[in-house]
Write a protein that binds this ligand. Structure first.
Ligand SMILES: Nc1ncnc2c1ncn2[C@@H]1O[C@H](COP(=O)(O)OP(=O)(O)OP(=O)(O)O)[C@@H](O)[C@H]1O
Ligand SMILES: [Mg+2]
Length: 708
């Protein structure tokens, strides 16, 4: 479905979508993997950083122990301490001044080092002197450390848990928040040796409570530029208690811990849970890490257990490295990548536009040209915009278009030739038919004229002697009547029967009318011969009026009264015309055709309309070089739609058998082509039709058919 939608998209959109999608995929891929790499690389860096920072915390933690160890090693050589220990070991009573001196030394240590314990114990673990409450004679062997020193005379530095009970026995000044709880304590136990015998005669114990001792954590924060640092103790029951902790404050925070108002850090900030601590104590002396959210910020937190002298875990050192830098790096890199992505996308869109120009535009142009070409605009050609495949396509299209238009042109030419040939054929056919028709008519008319001419001239020739003979016979009759007035009854009866007087009077008239009749016949014969003009096939000067008259004569039988209609009136307006050089026979054909059409039209109209049918013939010498013949009827005229067709060969509106449709086409040819004249038809529907024949008086170029 999506594929189909994609296939149907315009090329330009396809490009844009493809480019855009691939770009987005690659950007997302790059940004994604880049970020993942940054995150995973950053995380492992952070873990390493947290681990190394934890080592700093441990160093800070141990500095104090080392300092205590160093100080008490010095004090173990102190004369007063040694003599007090010697005296005790030799069961001598220690003088109060010595006792006081040793206590003073121990108190100075406590004060100077800000520690809680400074105690000198004997071989039997009894306190010889201590810094706080006087505890001489009490057994003091914390975690059996003193036993260890007597067993193996080496200084011990260790962390242990000290109970509240034990603390109250010594009762040192304690930081607030320690009371009633177990505390983590850093011990050093230093052997005191007899200078002569090198025997261990006592032990100096220093103890520093870690709880609420801020420098351990704040120094780490100072050194590491913030973050989180903490020391947890694990109580004898296994629970974890915060010994000391500090975390960098956020800008909006002020230190809520009133007791340490000077600290720039938030103090005693606990971890949200102890799962990391639990895994730190169970792991075999290794640093464990976890990402933990503190104060709304994520920290990579590393933790490492601290074991006591007996090897049991007593505390966990914690260091939290903020991920701010990593997050900043990630944010910066994302911002950079986003900027690059946007830039790439913009470049992409620009490229898509360029590609669109380079591919889609030529394709679109080619498509439009092809469309117009297919709609018949064969001159359309594609613009070749480049030399690539599309350019090649355009060139091939143009070649194809060229060949197609050439072929189309050839077809057109062939069609025109065919049409011309057809027209020629039709014309020839028309001519043949008309020539045949007219020559048959002409021959018939000539034949009839000839046949009638013989008996007519025979009659005409005999009429004159007949008149003489009848006059002679009448003269003789008169002479008989005068010489023999008396006649018999038989003659008288015959005279009366034949009405001789009337006969004598009527016979000359009768002979005269015969003469008139035969003269008329002779005239008709002349007209027939005139019309056929078979003897006048060549171009010569002729009298137009006699041509019109002889044609009218031939058509006379159609013009006169018919049983079903009145006569058609012919009015003639002959103006002075010079002899006109023409083909008289052919001109008569034209007159005959036009007049026949007028009679046909009038006969048709008489049947339905009550009009006075008439044909007006007017001749005119229009210019010195030309004459015109107007033949006008008052029939129904020709509808405008048909006017353009009337000269077409075989165009007829008449029923089959009555009209062939060649009369006017042949007339047109005779006037226009044979005589270099003009044949016009003016027709007003319902009023009538007028044909105007114009021909030059002389034929300038002799027609080639003249002699044929
Ligand atoms: N005077 C006219 N009045 C009305 N219509 C005419 C007139 N003269 C010609 N026409 C029209 O022109 C057509 C063509 O005339 P044309 O003389 O060529 O052929 P036709 O008379 O029909 O047949 P024919 O070959 O026998 O002459 C006629 O059929 C007729 O419709
Ligand atoms: Mg006709």
């Amino acid at each position: 479905m999506i594929l189909k939608w994609f296939y149907n998209l315009p090329i330009r959109r396809k490009q844009l979508i493809a480019l855009f999608t691939s770009e987005v995929i690659s950007i997302v891929g790059l940004v994604g993997t880049g970020s993942l790499l940054i995150i995973s690389g950053g995380r492992s860096l952070l873990v390493n950083q947290a681990k190394s920072e934890l080592a700093v915390t441990e160093i800070n933690y141990n500095i104090k122990i080392n300092q205590m160890g160093f100080g008490f090693r010095g004090q173990s050589d102190n004369v007063a301490i040694i003599s007090a220990a010697q005296q005790y070991s030799q069961f001598q009573k220690i003088s109060p001044s010595l006792q006081q001196e040793v206590k003073k030394i121990l108190q100075n240590e406590v004060k100077a080092r800000k520690i809680e314990y400074a105690t000198l114990v004997s071989q039997d673990f009894r306190i010889i002197a201590n810094a706080n409450r006087d505890r001489q004679g009490e057994i003091f062997n914390p975690q059996n450390l003193v036993t260890q020193v007597f067993r193996k005379p080496e200084q011990i530095k260790t962390s242990e848990i000290v109970s509240w009970e034990e603390l109250t026995k010594e009762n040192p000044p304690l930081p607030s928040g320690v009371a009633g709880k177990e505390s983590l304590i850093r011990y050093t136990v230093t052997p005191v040796k007899d200078p002569q015998t090198r025997q261990v005669i006592g032990a100096l114990i220093s103890g520093d409570i870690v709880n609420q001792k801020l420098p351990i954590v704040t120094q780490t924060l100072d050194a590491q530029d913030g973050g989180y640092s903490a020391v947890y103790l694990q109580s004898s029951t296994g629970e974890f208690h915060l010994a000391t902790a500090a975390i960098e404050t956020t800008n909006s925070q002020q230190n809520p811990d009133k007791t340490t108002a000077n600290s720039p850090y938030l103090l005693n900030f606990p971890l949200p849970n102890t799962s990391l601590l639990a895994s730190a104590v169970t792991t075999n002396n290794q640093i464990v890490t976890e990402r933990i959210s503190l104060q709304g910020k994520t920290y990579t937190v590393a933790a490492k257990k601290l074991i006591n002298y007996a090897g049991k875990p007593v505390a966990v050192l914690v260091r939290g490295t903020p991920e701010t830098d990593l997050n900043n790096l990630l944010r910066d890199s994302l911002a950079l990548q986003a900027a690059i992505a946007i830039l790439t996308l913009l470049i992409d869109i620009g490229l898509a536009g360029l590609l669109g120009r380079a591919i889609a535009r030529p394709v679109k142009h080619l498509t439009q040209v092809a469309k117009q070409f297919s709609q018949g605009k064969l001159t359309e050609r594609a613009e070749v915009m480049s030399k690539d495949e599309i350019g090649e396509l355009a060139v091939n299209f143009n070649n194809m278009a060229e060949r197609l238009s050439l072929r189309e042109q050839t077809i057109q030419e062939q069609m025109q030739q065919l049409q011309a040939t057809l027209a020629e054929l039709q014309e020839t056919q028309t001519q043949l038919i008309q020539t045949e028709k007219m020559s048959s008519l002409g021959q018939m008319v000539a034949g009839i004229a000839h046949e009638i001419n013989n008996p007519t001239s025979f009659i005409c020739g005999n009429l004159s002697p007949l008149t003489n003979y009848v006059s002679d016979v009448f003269k003789l009759l008169h002479l008989y009547q005068k010489s023999y007035p008396e006649t018999n009854a038989e003659i008288n009866q015959l005279i009366q029967e034949i009405d001789l007087d009337y006969l004598q009077e009527d016979l000359p008239k009768l002979i005269n009318s015969l003469k008139v009749g035969s003269d008329r016949i002779a005239e008709i014969v002349l007209s027939l011969r005139n019309f056929s003009r078979l003897d006048e096939a060549e171009c010569k000067f002729a009298d137009i009026h006699s041509g019109i008259d002889s044609t009218l004569m031939i058509l006379n039988h159609r013009l006169k009264v018919q049983p079903h209609r009145c006569a058609i009136a012919v009015t003639k307006e002959y103006n002075n015309l010079p002899p006109v050089e023409c083909y008289p026979g052919q001109l008569n054909q034209v007159l005959m055709n036009i007049l026949s059409n007028a009679i046909d039209a009038l006969e048709e109209v008489i049947e339905t309309h009550s009009i006075q049918p008439q044909i007006q013939i007017r001749t005119q010498h229009i210019t010195p070089e030309a004459i015109a013949i107007h033949i006008k009827d008052n029939a129904l005229g020709i509808p405008e739609t048909l006017l353009a067709k009337i000269f077409d060969p075989f165009f007829t509106t008449k029923p089959v058998g009555k009209g062939t449709g060649i009369g006017l086409s042949i007339s047109y040819q005779i006037i226009v082509e044979k005589h270099q004249g003009e044949l016009q038809c003016l027709s007003t529907p319902d009023k009538g039709t007028e044909f105007i024949i114009q021909i030059p008086i002389t034929q300038k170029v002799k027609n080639s058919t003249e002699n044929s």
